[in-house]
Write a protein that binds this ligand. Structure first.
Ligand SMILES: [Zn+2]
Length: 198
């Protein structure tokens, strides 16, 4: 099922609050200043390019989700489906920050392997949601490789990408077999609920 602009807007309006998070735009309003500050840190540490940060990725900082798009409005790098999967992904980062408020951001920034592992954990609910909206195409290894390859944007090296692929493959196998349910990922259930599909 293709989500409507309204469903995407509604999901982004209601879900973050349920997880104790707020949404800010990277380009306007209150979000622009922290976005520029975070961009500077990430670019300085060599984690990400300025362009990728400002336009191609969403970023979570504790309880703030910074997005380059306006939810429900199609963006050059985010169609409506990816705006929903991005929500599932970023809410997993909100949980990671909450569980390890000091260790998580530190390890994420300084260690590319830890960064890959944290991203894999956030990719899982996004993958699960994506499969419910639009079935994933290809073998588990192919799907895992496609998702792991996204880590090159995060300055992860070939080894990190291989690690991510091997962590994702069994998960994708289980998603394709219908064995992963959204019960393990409350944000996925809530997004499907907001779409009227759960
Ligand atoms: Zn992420």
């Amino acid at each position: 099922m293709t989500p409507t602009a309204d469903q995407v807007r509604r999901a982004w309006a209601s879900l973050p609050g349920m997880f104790g998070a707020i949404v800010l735009n990277k380009h306007s309003g209150l979000g622009a200043v922290p976005a520029q500050a975070v961009a500077k840190v990430l670019v300085t540490l060599g984690v990400m390019s300025n362009e990728d940060f400002l336009n191609k990725t969403a970023t979570t900082l504790y309880g703030a989700i910074l997005v380059p798009f306006v939810p429900g409005t199609i963006h050059a790098y985010f169609n409506l489906v990816s705006q929903l999967t991005t929500l599932a992904h970023e809410l997993e980062h909100v949980v990671q920050f909450r569980e390890h408020p000091l260790g998580f951001p530190f390890e994420y920034l300084v260690d590319s392997r830890q960064r890959a592992i944290a991203e894999v954990d956030a990719m899982k609910p996004a993958l699960l949601l994506r499969h419910q909206i639009e079935p994933l195409k290809g073998s588990p290894a192919e799907v895992a490789a496609r998702y792991a390859a996204k880590l090159s944007t995060y300055r992860c090296d070939e080894d990190d990408i291989e690690t991510a692929k091997s962590l994702l493959t069994p998960f994708v196998t289980s998603v394709l077999a219908g064995a992963e349910t959204s019960r393990r990922y409350p944000q996925v259930a809530a997004i499907l609920d907001a779409m009227g599909a759960a």
